[in-house]
Design a protein around this ligand. Structure first.
Ligand SMILES: Cc1cc2nc3c(=O)[nH]c(=O)nc-3n(C[C@H](O)[C@H](O)[C@H](O)COP(=O)(O)O)c2cc1C
Length: 157
């Protein structure tokens, strides 16, 4: 028996060229409608929509399929307030000291600054963490289980 047995790719589908073209055009039209608008609504969002969006993010390929990320979905008012304060402090430092003149000039048309009130009013904040190889504690705590679960070949902890 192979040490790392493979499994059949059951969901793979190959489409006829015309259907492939149509599906690709539809897909392109869809993603081309996405824009970074820098306006944030306070309208509530069903939690399952957030979780499915994270499942989509989790389909991204990663080196050795280690999926070295961890998403934290924040909805608590106190936590959002603390995140806003910390983010604004960091951004003040960035805009006043760290950013080069060239970078500030590139940002100017976007009209961004260190004020981030939306971090308190948006229904959810999604924090993305880089996960190093020492993954076990994060995997154990993860509530998004679909593809973040421990790969079979990683040792249990
Ligand atoms: C790695 C990365 C960092 C970004 N950082 C910021 C940012 O700090 N502030 C911001 O307003 N937009 C940020 N953006 C959004 C880009 O400015 C935006 O994607 C780009 O202007 C193209 O616009 P579009 O998203 O509408 O296609 C970032 C995008 C990427 C990929």
């Amino acid at each position: 028996m192979a040490k790392y047995p493979s499994v059949p790719l059951e969901h793979y589908r190959e489409y006829p060229i015309e259907e492939m073209r149509q599906r690709l055009n539809d897909f392109y039209e869809n993603i081309d409608r996405r824009r970074s608008v820098r306006e944030f609504s306070s309208r509530s969002v069903p939690r399952d929509i957030i979780e499915t969006a994270l499942k989509v993010a989790n389909t991204a390929p990663s080196g050795a399929n280690l999926q070295p990320w961890h998403f934290a979905v924040v909805s608590g008012a106190q936590t959002k307030k603390k995140i806003r304060a910390a983010a604004e402090a960091e951004e003040r430092e960035f805009y006043q000291h760290r950013a080069s003149e060239e970078w500030l000039a590139a940002l100017e048309p976007l009209g961004t600054d260190d004020s981030k009130p939306f971090l308190e009013t948006a229904p959810y904040l999604i924090a993305v963490f880089y996960r190093s190889l020492d993954v076990c504690p994060m995997v154990a705590r993860s509530s998004i289980t679909t593809r973040v679960s421990r790969p079979a070949w990683l040792p249990e902890c």
